[in-house]
Design a binder for this molecule. Sequence first.
Ligand code: GDP
Ligand code: MG
Length: 294
Amino acid sequence: MRSGFVSIIGRPNVGKSTLLNCITEHKIAITSNKAGTTRNIIQGIYNEPNYQIVFVDTPGIHKPINKLGKLLNKQAFSLTKDIDAILFVVDACDGLGTGDRRIIENLKNTSSPVILVLNKIDKLDKEQIIKRICDYKDLYPFAEIVPVSAFKADNIEHLIEVIKKYLNDSIRYFDENTITTNSRKFMISEYVREKLLNLTEQEIPHSITCYTSQFSEETNIINIVVDIIVDRDSLKKIVIGKNGSLLKQVGIEARQDIEELLGKKVYLELYVKTIANWRDKEKYLKDLGFTDFE
Ligand SMILES: Nc1nc2c(ncn2[C@@H]2O[C@H](COP(=O)(O)OP(=O)(O)O)[C@@H](O)[C@H]2O)c(=O)[nH]1
Ligand SMILES: [Mg+2]
């Protein structure tokens, strides 16, 4: 038995969460084409008869703008210590920029092996991929460099084989049916937030958060209430949509994911509430599971 913890770090939007879902073959982390989608530490567990790898997905590392932003950065960086390996995911299409250079500087404080994962290679040809590898390879003593496409599940099996070399433990941390340590209530609120991210315009999602306020199971159905918290009334109108159309669509799509997760019929209710400046209020951040305040 070999096992270990592997953290996934990188700039926002490079495909960290997509990679986690691809490796575990489950929708553990929500994804979108907007930066700042992942806000919490998400653990996804990869199981094989003789292997268990706990992957830790992190919020993207970026310039912090408010209290929530600062917390997210701190969480992401703290996960580069005491870990068997670090997957540093980069967008092979975007290429090397100041964001990646800043992260590489920070990696110099870690002693864990760093595997450079060049993601989104489905958008490049072979020559371009080789050029990208050359851009990065001398900037840091990467333990390995693995090009993948998380989206097309290309070269993922190879990545897992590579990771296996760096696992230091020999115990099974979780039973082999466990796919995540995140609670069901958290996963449910995340699915709702994902639909909002994908159904609203660019700048809106950062002002939204979701919270599962009720979960009650009956014989044939589970009744669930999710609160959608926005920071101003004008946003509330947008989230609800004309005659409630947007909220309705969010509900339809989220319910499908939730039913798949729970394996049971679900009755989902969504409420939209305004709480000004929730992103700067410790109380609300704590309710949402952020506890690491300085
Ligand atoms: N073409 C392509 N797009 C990808 C790939 N991996 C992720 N994406 C897209 O990149 C965006 C950001 O993905 P996400 O996993 O949320 O990024 P994160 O912020 O690093 O967690 C989404 O729109 C994904 O569909 C990939 O391998 N190829
Ligand atoms: Mg993410």
